[in-house]
Design a protein around this ligand. Structure first.
Ligand code: CA
Length: 228
């Protein structure tokens, strides 16, 4: 079943989302508070994608995101942000979200975002299985895991996809557009900024010194390069 959780306290917005996702073939689980969302996820551990509103009574969407991520790195998380709250996007991504959708959004946009995350969270068929070893890093493409010096680094699905793209292209400058197309898909119509925010978060996890990254270096005005 294509299971998606929708957390939104405003009933009209929630039903708009639910109707459209059901039309798109999803099995939708609803929650109107963060606490309820966490409960429902416990009941439905096979949920692949969660849509989280930020402004909620009780714990907010960022906190829900943080708590989900504490135990689940595979689920895809999309934050529902209000227009003009630019900081929300960054904060949401830094707490572990994969994407955000700005209200008001069209049904087509929403479904496209959920589809894109669902494909990744569902685990596309692995064409090349095995390992990519670039000490101190070891990427296991079968388990979709990353180790640094033998220690497992917890990655979201998006972070994993970025790492894999980097490690398959060592020493090559990759443009932000190329990273966006490869990781998010060509039909994704989000902003390039999402690449930068995810790289920032990835650096926090893999670099020894985030102020002076040596594994993922910035190619000014272009993109990023993996190599050391
Ligand atoms: Ca709300």
């Amino acid at each position: 079943m294509k299971k998606v959780l929708v957390l939104e306290d405003e009933a009209s917005i929630r039903s708009f989302i639910v109707i459209n996702l059901r039309r798109g073939g999803y099995d939708v689980i609803e929650a109107e508070s963060g606490e309820e969302a966490l409960e429902r996820l416990k009941e439905h551990p096979d949920t692949k994608v969660a849509l989280l509103d930020i402004m909620l009574p009780g714990i907010d969407g960022f906190e829900v995101c943080r708590r989900i991520r504490a135990t689940n790195s595979r689920i895809g998380i999309i934050m529902l942000t209000a227009r003009s709250q630019e900081m929300d996007k960054v904060t949401g991504l830094m707490t572990g979200a994969d994407d955000y959708v700005t209200k008001p959004f069209s049904p087509a946009e929403l479904t496209a975002r959920v589809d894109a995350l669902f494909r990744r969270a569902g685990g596309e068929p692995v064409v090349h299985s095995g390992e990519i070893s670039q000490p101190p890093f070891l990427l296991n493409t079968r388990n979709r895991t990353l180790e640094k010096n033998g220690v497992r680094i917890k990655l979201t699905q998006v972070e994993y996809s970025i790492m894999r793209y980097f490690m398959e292209n060592p020493g090559k400058a990759l443009s932000r557009e190329e990273i966006l197309d490869t990781v998010w898909g060509r039909d994704y119509f989000g902003e390039l900024k999402i690449v930068d925010v995810n790289i920032r978060r990835l650096r926090l996890k893999i670099e020894d010194n985030v102020q002076n990254p040596v594994y993922i270096t910035t190619v000014w005005g272009y993109g990023y390069k993996w190599g050391f």
